[in-house]
Design a binder for this molecule. Structure first.
Ligand code: ATP
Length: 238
């Protein structure tokens, strides 16, 4: 029902000069759900997530969080309000340690007891506790992704958005990252994940396929497990 809707996008359009990256997307995310937006390179996934995080201004349409328009909210205000994005490429401070990277989240979020929250987050990512004093650049790709997720969790989001968390990771490591994300979801955090990797289907409650800036297919993850269906959704003719 609309009452349970945490996030709603209505007619969101993104343009860069003459290029239309997102062409009128409607999408909603219920509280506690894990919605996955699957799409190939250049489909408009990053642009679409940017309109939610506040880094991209839509040319038309609007984004509502708990029924309120985000139009006038800056990124910092959206984070303070409970929306945090883990960007593509992680954006860690590679010469800072794990702990230092985590501490940087303190100013951004709305966490009152940062130490307790840090302990709680590190329970989900024990590998980070073991690497606490290591510089981020010395971590494996999977550990770096987990650090980026942990840092985002320290802002205490209601809605956590992840832009291609599997990128550059080996299949086994992708599986591990998704297991951790499943644990995050079971803690009551709503997830919105954009991916090219179908491993995301393992934890999805609902899937949308984005192609050429449009949602071309939507449904439960079972509907997309079949490789042929995914290929059709990706490559189907206009
Ligand atoms: P990728 O997986 O490559 O990140 P994506 O699905 O996230 O792809 P976007 O990054 O949103 O897609 O890009 C959608 C389209 O908009 C692409 O054609 C891209 O080249 C273009 N685009 C994205 N950002 C900009 C920008 N800042 N200026 C101009 N064009 C852009």
């Amino acid at each position: 029902s609309t009452v349970d809707q945490l996030l709603r996008l209505e007619g969101v359009r993104v343009t860069y000069g003459g290029l239309v990256a997102v062409q009128g997307v409607d999408l909603s995310v219920g509280s506690g759900e894990c919605v996955v937006v699957l799409g190939p390179n250049g489909a408009g996934k990053t642009s679409l997530m940017g309109t939610i995080a506040g880094t991209v201004k839509p040319a038309a349409g609007d984004v509502y969080f708990r029924g309120r328009s985000l139009r006038k909210r800056r990124t910092e205000q959206r984070v303070a309000g409970g929306i945090t994005l883990v960007p593509e490429g992680r954006r860690l401070f590679k010469d800072l340690t794990v702990v230092e990277n985590l501490t940087l989240a303190r100013a951004a979020g709305r966490t009152t007891d940062f130490r307790a929250r840090t302990d709680q987050v590190l329970e989900t990512f024990p590998v980070l506790r073991a690497r606490a004093g290591h510089k981020a650049r010395l971590l494996s790709g999977g550990e770096q992704q987990m650090l980026a997720i942990a840092r985002a969790l320290l802002t205490e989001p209601e809605l956590l958005i992840l832009d291609e968390p599997s990128i550059g990771l080996a299949p086994k490591v992708v599986h591990e990252v998704y297991q951790r994300l499943s644990a995050v979801r079971s803690q009551g955090i709503t997830l919105l994940i954009v991916e090219q990797n179908i491993s995301a289907l393992d934890i999805a409650s609902e899937v949308h396929v984005l192609r050429n800036g449009r949602v071309v297919a939507s449904g439960p993850p079972e509907q997309f497990r079949d490789a042929d269906v995914v290929a059709e959704a990706y490559l189907g003719t206009d």
